[in-house]
Design a protein around this ligand. Structure first.
Ligand SMILES: NC(=O)C1=CN([C@@H]2O[C@H](COP(=O)(O)OP(=O)(O)OC[C@H]3O[C@@H](n4cnc5c(N)ncnc54)[C@H](O)[C@@H]3O)[C@@H](O)[C@H]2O)C=CC1
Ligand SMILES: O=C(CO)COP(=O)(O)O
Length: 339
């Protein structure tokens, strides 16, 4: 049994806290807002994000970071991506050498385009970072619906420690050492999920969505390989696996925001209506800027950028994508990835 602190009590942090407590660990769940923490304590339920799911006895609640870090064997970070740097900075003074931090948030930092494990390592140089990603909606994990994820760390022995802590008969965990590939897959799929929602909101067909997902995966892998990730990682749980779930599930916040945009709402209106974190909007900007500076072609991401940030109508973006130059499907670039 381990002492685990989960930093961030949105839907995902709460679901993971519930699961880890059911696995037999002592869990402390940290909330950004004191009122959020008080409500969790009072109702033993996350009413806004996971209504109807009770926290097991093994979970306690706090809004004090110091008490989360000091006695924890493992710390799990689950804040929105934009809050990871500040949260890590605030945690840094309480972290012991070699402390394992498992990041389960998905996204890239605005401006620097850094992966979240890199941001954590910059703020807490004495810790060891593991990332967990894959197809896992909080609504299902909190209700013990069978799910598989992957934990990635350059040190496979550390990944195995986390695999043992998280694994249970309804939550199967694989290990991987391609940290960059796992993080990029989990982040970039949110942009394609937004586009899948737009396709649904426009009332287009299954053919259109299958095309978007397939070619979207090609773009994700192409950028990933150019940045140093392994191509095969994108064919795993954190790549195609998460892409499938996010592009097809009504639980997906990114897909739900996309549906609203496809129906004519602005990205701001869509984000406000979804109310929960829609990471794909910011990640789209980061992906476009990364692709531009690495000279990588990402036509879907480019069109999504125009819709999200330049006011282009989704119908025009679709026309641009369908009207591109003719291609051979498996055309390779110099790195051996499919163009
Ligand atoms: N919800 C899900 O099923 C999954 C979410 N994720 C990722 O987990 C991360 C968190 O997402 P959710 O739990 O869905 O979010 P959520 O929308 O359910 O909750 C957001 C939480 O962030 C807190 N918050 C707001 N501003 C903050 C700040 N400045 N500092 C710290 N906390 C702040 C809010 O109080 C709230 O508790 C995201 O990166 C998301 O992509 C990953 C896998 C599954
Ligand atoms: O990453 C997720 C599921 O694996 C959550 O995706 P959404 O943020 O789109 O709900």
């Amino acid at each position: 049994m381990a002492n685990i602190s989960v930093i961030g009590s949105g839907g995902w942090g709460s679901a993971v806290a519930i699961m880890l407590a059911k696995n037999g660990h002592r869990v402390t769940l940290w909330s950004y807002l004191k009122e959020e923490s008080e409500d969790l304590k009072k109702y033993r339920e996350n009413k806004p994000f996971l209504p109807g799911v009770k926290f097991p006895d093994g979970v306690r609640f706090t809004s004090e970071l110091s008490e989360c870090c000091q006695d924890a064997d493992v710390i799990v970070t689950a804040t929105p991506s934009h809050a990871i740097r500040t949260t890590a900075k605030n945690m840094s003074g309480f972290i012991k050498d070699g402390q394992i931090i498992v990041n389960i948030s998905k996204g890239l930092e605005e401006g620097t385009h850094s992966t979240l494990s890199k941001v954590i390592k910059e703020e807490i140089p004495n810790c060891e970072v593991v990332v967990m990603s894959g197809p896992s909606h909080a609504e299902e994990v909190s209700r013990d619906i069978p799910t598989t994820n992957v934990v990635a760390c350059e040190n496979c022995e550390t990944a195995k420690i986390i695999q043992d802590i998280f694994m249970n008969p309804n939550f199967r965990v694989y290990t991987n050492t391609d940290v960059l590939g796992v993080e990029l897959g989990g982040s970039l799929k949110n942009v394609i999920a937004l586009c899948a929602g737009i396709v649904d909101g426009m009332g287009l067909g299954d053919n259109t969505k299958a095309a978007l997902m397939t070619r979207g995966l090609v773009e994700m892998s192409r950028l990933g390989v150019a940045l140093g990730a392994k191509h095969e990682t994108f064919n795993g749980l954190s790549g195609v696996g998460d892409l499938i779930v996010t592009c097809t599930s009504m639980h997906s916040r990114n897909r739900r925001a996309g549906i609203l945009i496809g129906q004519g709402k602005t990205p701001e209106q869509a984000r406000d209506e979804v109310k929960m974190v829609v990471e794909g909007i910011k990640t789209c900007r980061a992906a476009k800027e990364l692709a531009d500076s690495a000279g990588v072609e990402m036509p879907i991401v480019n069109e999504a950028y125009k819709v999200l940030f330049e006011g282009m109508a989704p119908g025009m973006a679709l026309k641009n994508l369908m009207g591109r130059d003719k291609k051979h499907e498996t055309e390779m670039d110099f790195l051996g990835t499919v163009k």
